[in-house]
Design a protein around this ligand. Structure first.
Ligand code: PLP
Length: 426
């Protein structure tokens, strides 16, 4: 409970010393206490730990059971995870290099095919590119150096995290707090950020570009604060890359340049369909600096050759007219979904939809019955969403057919009218 323990208490044989940390930015006991019962409920309904064979994104088969189902929760929004060019990219990259990876820190030695990927993505997204195994590793590497003042002039920066920032960012708060003051603001609270900018000489804002639960960063206001106060912007656009922008550059990059005070990061393991993560930076020098000092960016595995091959294949699709066609197919499927089942997120241009049902047990029962009928959707409940706002989360993709979406919604509508918690399939 307390940050330090007096040596007297530590020596008192009748009292166990309190060794707990400050728990200002993480509290595993609370996390486990709140979320484990929920995971257990999902497990009891057979909704996690499922092993499948992948016939297509719309047909996963559980071996030995005869059960097949459509994946309604894949983040491969354009279906690129099984695009022939992406698969071919993997095979030809492995053939060309004759290896999976060098197993050597990329800070020292990296294969030319990684250099080629950096050039390809640099040209595609209009920024210097630093690739890594995951977006999580990119964020964990960069944020502490933003806090310490090494990413831009101005000294250590006060770090303002948006309350809705993805877990991969808030996970690094405790490390940032070793370098500078860490604050959390309400979602898109520009007034709070402006006040912080007036109070402290150097400030950084950390949040998503397009948020997975709907909505987007208040980018115009943030850019104005950058102009006026030199606010550093760290934006994670994992949920909009590939699906927004003429070249799939995402929500933030299609509206602003990266620069000395603006860094964008994204996963390539969602819409892009390849795996890996990247930072969009304003200079090669910064990429080199990060690979030396950005923790997991330098010490960890490099992006594997198959992943690089997949990303090169995906980049080729991004350059072709097919990208626009896939984006349009996704939009058409979203429009159909919104027409048949209007939800509060309807029309927001992003592929995540929530179907609210209220209580957690009802959400789990609905998810379980839909699974029995051949559709996997995620039940979401506290602490993922506030208490009493449980429901289902589904992701729409370009490679779903109108018939599949219509049939799924038919089942949802039928089940929403029933008292699911008494259903025998429980
Ligand atoms: C999924 C997601 C991540 C994680 O990406 P990885 O590449 O798997 O680390 C990070 N940020 C956001 C906003 C995400 O939605």
């Amino acid at each position: 409970m307390t940050e330090t323990t007096s040596s007297a208490a530590a020596l008192d044989p009748g009292q166990a010393p309190d060794v707990r940390g400050a728990r200002r930015f993480r509290n595993s006991s609370a996390l486990v206490r709140n979320s484990d019962p929920v995971w257990q409920a999902a497990a009891d309904h057979g909704l996690i730990d499922i092993q499948v064979e992948h016939e297509s994104n719309n047909r996963l088969v559980v071996p030995g059971t005869g059960h097949a189902f459509a994946n309604m929760v894949s983040c491969s929004y354009l279906g690129l995870n099984r695009h022939p060019k992406v698969l071919e990219g993997v095979v030809s990259a492995v053939r060309e290099t004759g290896t999976i990876e060098l197993m050597t820190s990329t800070t020292r030695i990296r294969p030319t095919i990684q250099g080629r990927l950096e050039e390809e993505l640099s040209d595609l997204f209009g920024a210097e590119i630093l690739p890594a195994t995951t977006c999580t590793a990119v964020t964990a590497g960069i944020l502490p150096l933003v806090a310490s003042g090494h990413m831009a002039p101005g000294g250590p920066r006060v770090m303002v995290f948006d309350r809705f920032a993805h877990f991969s960012m808030s996970y690094v708060k405790a490390i940032c707090a070793e370098e500078s003051l860490v604050l959390t603001c309400d979602h898109n609270d520009l007034d709070f950020i402006a006040d912080t900018c007036r109070k402290y000489p150097s400030v950084a804002y950390v949040g998503d570009g397009a948020y997975s639960m709907g909505g987007a960063a208040a980018l115009d206001g943030l850019l104005e604060l950058q102009e006026r106060h030199g606010l550093y912007l760290f934006i994670d656009d994992s949920h909009s890359v590939s699906i927004i922008g003429e070249r799939g550059e995402g929500y933030a990059r299609s509206r602003t340049e990266v620069g000395e005070l603006t860094t964008i990061v994204t996963s390539l393991g969602k819409g892009f369909g390849s795996g890996g993560g990247i930072a969009l930076l304003d200079s090669r020098r910064k990429a080199e600096f990060l690979s030396r000092h950005g923790g997991p960016l330098g010490w960890s595995q490099d992006v594997s050759v198959p992943t690089i091959g997949a990303a090169l294949g995906s980049a080729e699709v991004h350059r072709s007219p097919e990208l626009g066609e896939l984006q349009a197919a996704l939009r058409a499927n979203l429009d159909l979904f919104d027409e048949l089942l209007p939800t509060p997120l309807a029309g927001n241009g992003l592929p995540v939809r929530r179907i609210d049902v209220g209580e957690a047990d009802r959400a789990v029962a609905l998810s379980a019955e839909l699974y029995r009928r051949g559709y996997y959707s995620s039940a979401i409940f506290f602490p993922i969403v506030p208490r009493g706002e449980a429901g289902l989360r589904v992701m729409i993709r370009a490679d779903m057919t109108a018939e599949e979406i219509t049939a799924f919604i038919g089942h949802v509508r039928e089940l929403l009218d029933q008292d699911l918690t008494d259903s025998p399939s429980r």
